[in-house]
Write a protein that binds this ligand. Sequence first.
Ligand SMILES: NC(=O)c1ccc[n+]([C@@H]2O[C@H](COP(=O)([O-])OP(=O)(O)OC[C@H]3O[C@@H](n4cnc5c(N)ncnc54)[C@H](O)[C@@H]3O)[C@@H](O)[C@H]2O)c1
Length: 441
Amino acid sequence: MSVFRHDRAADDRPDDNQTMLSSTDLLVIGLGYVGLPLAREAAFSGLTVVGLDLNTELVAGLNAGRSHVGDVPASDVAEMLRKGFRATAREEEVGDPDTVVICAPTPLSADSAPDLSAVRGAVEATGRMLRPGMLIVLESTTYPGTTDEVVRPLLEKASGLTAGVDFSLAFSPERIDPGNPVYGFRNTPKIVGGLTPACTDAAEGFYARICDQVVRAKSARGAEMAKLLENTYRHVNIALVNEMLILCRELDVDLWDAIRCAATKPFGFQPFYPGPGVGGHCIPIDPNYLSYKVRTLGYRFRFVELAQEINGQMPGYVTDRAAELLNTHAKAVNGAKVLLLGVTYKRDIADQRESPARPLARRLLGRGAQVSYHDPYVPDWQVDGRVIPRAEDLDAALADADLVILLQAHRSYDPARLSRGVRLLLDTRGVIPAAPHVEAL
Ligand SMILES: NC(=O)c1ccc[n+]([C@@H]2O[C@H](COP(=O)([O-])OP(=O)(O)OC[C@H]3O[C@@H](n4cnc5c(N)ncnc54)[C@H](O)[C@@H]3O)[C@@H](O)[C@H]2O)c1
């Protein structure tokens, strides 16, 4: 039989009770940084879309036309609502979806093991609404084998149906790059890998309706691995330049200049840049999913563990450099006024998840510094429950600080302006023009 829902036989149609609910092309479970942009693209492509999220405040906000995701303006949510989108926190209100895409979070547990509880919860909800012909896709980043070993059994148990026979099941990694003005959902190629070739067909057919290019993986495992390969590749290369940064200082070499020169090679080299540490979800968290899976095989994924160690030590390195810099100007960290510029994990976005600014501030506070911050995207900021004062007047704050540390080179920061009128500036992004009072990390 065809497992694509649009070919569903009349016998498979919902009973009278279910037909009271409207038909839905797509149900997105989890309306966060990944789920909401997907729902927007599908709604804008003419699909009937419903979003299910446990967070009732978020659901109420969306239904009132508000957005909680930086890349999705409120005007887009309003347009989605006009096109029929609605959000709900109640499973029984989702209608009769043809396709369900799960975008639940995949954090780490306290002992750094994968925490799949949100994915399981979303899969169990999907299992309760599963009917023959449906397509189920997991988009949450996870270790290879999750779709087959975790999602499939839960769906089959809840529904009594068989994946690859009665319904389609696939994995499709999300490649969203928050704040990227060029590449969004539609023009970033979408990888799909099904449990069977027919499952891949179904996933390919679905995503072809909402994005420009669909790439077929040989299996769900291959698609899961592709995502982790992408993330681990960045994690390891950032760790490489971070470690080189520390060595280069000892060797009296300007690594930023070496990267600039190396990047002129038209083949075989991609530039990565050092910084105060890695943040967000994709780099510090996701590769742990892969190293966890590798450990179940009885050995360790050393590249990931080493990258974790090197990138994790960068906030400490920045603290030491800050202390050294103050010291050369006869100032102790204890009592020094230190202004942090840009506390988000990435430039030009508001997301602070896993931002290295927090461990850095914790260390500086621990050494007695008076820490304040400025960030156009962050109206208030706390570190371990302690409110960090926000500098409202940037020029006055720059002039007042004993040391300014540039952590995130938001586009709204003019490098020349930052360098003017500061006593000392530690530039962790290599963007401030050289000057006697400016030190590159
Ligand atoms: N944020 C990114 O840039 C990014 C990029 C690529 C991949 N990913 C991956 O995508 C997945 C989702 O990430 P995110 O950033 O969108 O997370 P998020 O925390 O922004 O959003 C997840 C949403 O899911 C909801 N949720 C949790 N459990 C649920 C359940 N059982 N039923 C319904 N809703 C539920 C939460 O309330 C939340 O609103 C993760 O696996 C992440 O690793 C994220």
